[in-house]
Design a protein around this ligand. Structure first.
Ligand SMILES: *[C@@H]1O[C@H](CO)[C@@H](O)[C@H](O)[C@H]1NC(C)=O
Ligand SMILES: *[C@@H]1O[C@H](CO)[C@@H](O)[C@H](O)[C@H]1NC(C)=O
Ligand SMILES: *[C@@H]1O[C@H](CO)[C@@H](O)[C@H](O)[C@H]1NC(C)=O
Ligand SMILES: *[C@@H]1O[C@H](CO)[C@@H](O)[C@H](O)[C@H]1NC(C)=O
Ligand SMILES: *[C@@H]1O[C@H](CO)[C@@H](O)[C@H](O)[C@H]1NC(C)=O
Ligand SMILES: *[C@@H]1O[C@H](CO)[C@@H](O)[C@H](O)[C@H]1NC(C)=O
Ligand SMILES: *[C@@H]1O[C@H](CO)[C@@H](O)[C@H](O)[C@H]1NC(C)=O
Ligand SMILES: *[C@@H]1O[C@H](CO)[C@@H](O)[C@H](O)[C@H]1NC(C)=O
Ligand SMILES: *[C@@H]1O[C@H](CO)[C@@H](O)[C@H](O)[C@H]1NC(C)=O
Length: 674
């Protein structure tokens, strides 16, 4: 049942198409949007895709494909009354998709021929319609319009992809490179025949004018008003009464797929315009010319190059990030040398939230060393000059060798361009001045304070007497004493420290230290000695006992300078009145008095009258009795400091002479202050 319906439908379909064909034959006109069911005469490798697309050739080399309207059309003028002169008009849409980009393989010839028997015709430049023997014979009765992607100089082709008009011969009687005359710009635009895009071609002939017009345009545009070729031609001797119309296409040593998508023909008037929307679609285009392996290789290579570029950039950024300076002479300091990478990682890239504090000469960051999980403090000091670096690093390394439980241990250093990094033990409780001078911190009780004083004193004994060289700290003050987890005081920041051998007196250098702690003779002579450290320590003791800075300009005039005030109070027998009021008397009065008196003793103006640090420790430990203080006040205290200048925090650096400026020690110039 179903089968018989199918057969019926088939017969009906056949009848309809035969009827249409008959009509077309009669009327000498037809229009195809796609060629499904068109019964075209297909030759060689030409085929019709299921969607109606006519494929004349594929990309196989040296192939021919032909497709002709199934019946010959009446071309003879004699069949017509004089009222209807001979003419024809056709439009077709084609596409040439080259195997290699911009390298098309021969082309398509619209052909009007007395027969479809092209036995012996050749591919390539003969378009499958002629061969070298038949070429040019007037008996051919052949008219062709060639779309030629390959110039053949021996066939007098112009050296470009071109459109040519061929009469009995593939040597064109007229040809032109494919351009599109732009109406707006009044000039020719070059078009590529082998772009793979659909293009329209119009051929119009009128016997009255005897002009064969050929017009080409992209499918996106309407028919240009000016034809590409307009050639005077007498076709009466060429055309026979009945002629086949169709296409012959060939490929050569290079090949393109040649497609026809739609075709209208009219033997008796203007061919109807093709409706682009009704045309079949082209097969999905592989990127022309990309071999399958290239299709994989090209993105792969691109990916590899991208990957290399990214990793290269990452490497450079990484190198830049972790770049450091390292010179041969530093080799002996190997153990003290840290890699910048480790420090960078330890401090999370010197993150702001790891910042412990900052001073005039650098920032201090908290860090955890990745290798040992050890907490450290990293001081970042900028230094521009390379001068003196070697000596300076030597000093740092020396400091690194200092070992005392009341000295903040310098673990090592790292050098970068313009930057020096010092790695210290991390002190979780920060610096002492915060606990002493700030009201928002818990009160440090007397026992702790006394403990801290003894600790710092013993550290100074070690520096002055017990190490292989005499080390002058030169900046003893509350803000340079750091507190560990158990609130032990550790003397830190050796930024101004100086070394000299035992038995020698140090040379005069710049006056360094902090106003309020500076011994008077240092400002006078520029010479730091262990006695000047004692002076600073004396001031520091008073600082700790009284809980205030050595110079506080906002206090009543008699109290501005701490040493002077304590001395005056001692003279009037009220020395305990200077003790930090926050201690509220719950402390050992004898110890307090001892500390205050020892503080005054250490701040004698005459250096030789001050005790040594060893003696100071003995007094503090109760192993020696404190001598009586002289009652005449001139021997004790600071140089008069004008209260406007004094701020207690400013680092004083007074060059003693011009020579001293030039020999200025790097450590002093870059590391003073906190
Ligand atoms: C081209 O078509 C011919 C005949 O259909 C076929 O033998 C050949 O393999 C095709 N070539 C390509 C490259 O598709
Ligand atoms: C015109 O053509 C018809 C047939 O096509 C013919 O019968 C008729 O005689 C012709 N007229 C002239 C004047 O030639
Ligand atoms: C085609 O033409 C050749 C001669 O050119 C002839 O030998 C051959 O028989 C013809 N074939 C057909 C099918 O007519
Ligand atoms: C084509 O040949 C002509 C001369 O024959 C020359 O002037 C022109 O530059 C050539 N064009 C190309 C694209 O090779
Ligand atoms: C081709 O010509 C038409 C009509 O003049 C114009 O609209 C179109 O832009 C032209 N195309 C190109 C590619 O120049
Ligand atoms: C455009 O090309 C045609 C045919 O090649 C030529 O005759 C015409 O002079 C050209 N026009 C311009 C403006 O270049
Ligand atoms: C051919 O082109 C010329 C010049 O544009 C024009 O005058 C003529 O009418 C055209 N002929 C046909 C048949 O389109
Ligand atoms: C066209 O060619 C035919 C046959 O060769 C000839 O009789 C006729 O006079 C030609 N017409 C013109 C206008 O040259
Ligand atoms: C052929 O031309 C005639 C007269 O201009 C027109 O009526 C007819 O529709 C055309 N046919 C086609 C298929 O172009």
């Amino acid at each position: 049942m179903i089968a018989s319906i199918k057969i019926l439908l088939f017969i009906l379909g056949l009848f309809v198409s035969l009827k249409l064909l008959a009509l077309a034959k009669e009327e000498n006109q037809f229009i195809y949007h796609g060629f499904a069911g068109a019964n075209l005469l297909l030759n060689e490798i030409a085929k019709i895709h299921p969607n109606g697309l006519l494929e004349l050739t594929n990309t196989s080399k040296r192939q021919i494909g032909r497709a002709f309207f199934p019946f010959p059309l009446q071309f003879s003028t004699s069949l017509f009354n004089n009222s209807r002169p001979f003419s024809f008009s056709t439009q077709f849409v084609f596409a040439m998709v080259p195997e290699l980009p911009s390298l098309g393989g021969q082309g398509i010839a619209f052909t009007v021929s007395p027969s479809v028997n092209f036995t012996g015709a050749l591919a390539a430049e003969y378009f499958g319609i002629l061969n070298s023997k038949t070429n040019g014979l007037s008996s051919n009765h052949l008219l062709a319009v060639e779309l030629d992607a390959v110039p053949s100089p021996d066939l007098k082709d112009i050296n470009d992809t071109h459109v040519g008009i061929d009469v009995n011969s593939v040597i064109s009687i007229d040809s032109a490179p494919v351009t599109n005359f732009s109406d707006e710009e009044k000039e020719n635009k070059s078009l590529s025949l082998i772009s793979g895009n659909m293009m329209s071609l119009w051929i119009d002939y009128d016997e009255v004018e005897r002009l064969l017009n050929v017009t080409v345009a992209p499918i996106t545009s309407t028919k240009p008003t000016l034809p590409l070729l307009s050639t005077s031609l007498n076709l009466s001797s060429v055309m026979l009464d009945s002629m086949y119309v169709g296409f012959s296409s060939s490929t050569g040593a290079v090949a393109s797929s040649h497609y026809i998508l739609g075709w209208s023909f009219n033997r008796s008037g203007q061919a109807q315009s093709l409706d682009v929307s009704k045309l079949p679609s082209l097969p999905p285009q592989r990127k022309p010319g990309r071999k399958p392996y290239l299709r994989i290789a090209v993105p792969a290579i691109a990916a590899i190059i991208l990957l290399l570029a990214i990793s290269g950039a990452a490497y450079i950024i990484r190198r830049k990030t972790y770049e450091e300076l390292r010179e041969d002479w530093e080799q002996e300091y190997g153990p003290q040398r840290f890699s910048y990478k480790d420090l960078y990682k330890a401090t999370k890239g010197f993150a702001d939230r790891e910042l412990l504090g900052s001073g005039g000469f650098g920032m201090v960051y908290r860090g955890v060393l990745p290798s040992s999980n050890m907490q450290v403090a990293v001081k970042k000091v900028s230094h521009d000059s390379m001068q003196g670096t070697r000596e300076f690093v030597a000093e740092i390394v020396s400091m690194g060798r200092l070992r005392h439980r009341n000295l903040v241990q310098l673990l090592g250093y790292c050098r970068r361009k313009g930057e020096l990094l010092l790695v210290y033990d991390y002190m979780p409780n920060g610096s002492l001045d915060k606990l002493l001078f700030r009201n928002d911190t818990p009160i440090l009780n007397w026992v702790r304070r006394y403990q801290i004083l003894r600790g710092v004193a013993s550290a100074l004994v070690y520096l002055h007497e017990e190490w292989q060289q005499v080390v002058l700290h030169r900046d003893v003050k509350a803000s340079n004493v750091l507190l560990d987890a158990n609130l032990n005081g550790l003397l830190g920041d050796f930024g101004l420290a100086m070394f000299h051998d035992h038995g020698l007196t140090p040379e005069a250098t710049n006056v360094v230290g902090t106003v309020g702690y500076l011994a008077p003779e240092v400002t006078r002579t520029g010479k730091s000695t262990s006695s000047s450290d004692v002076f600073s320590f004396g001031t520091f003791m008073l600082e700790v006992a009284c809980g205030r800075k050595p110079v506080e300009s906002e206090k009543p005039p008699e109290e501005v300078v701490l040493v002077d005030w304590v001395f005056e109070c001692w003279k009037s027998g009220a020395i305990l009145g200077t003790v930090d009021p926050r201690l509220e008397g719950n402390s050992v009065q004898e110890e307090m008095e001892l500390v205050l008196k020892l503080g005054l003793l250490c701040t004698y103006r005459t250096p030789s009258a001050r005790p040594s640090m060893r003696q100071a420790v003995q007094y503090l430990d109760g192993n020696a009795t404190l001598p009586d203080l002289p009652l005449q006040g001139t021997g004790i205290g600071l140089l008069p400091v004008s209260s406007t200048e004094a701020s207690g925090e400013h680092v004083l650096t007074i060059p003693v002479s011009s020579e001293d400026i030039s020999s200025c020690n790097l450590s002093e110039s870059i590391l003073s202050g906190r």
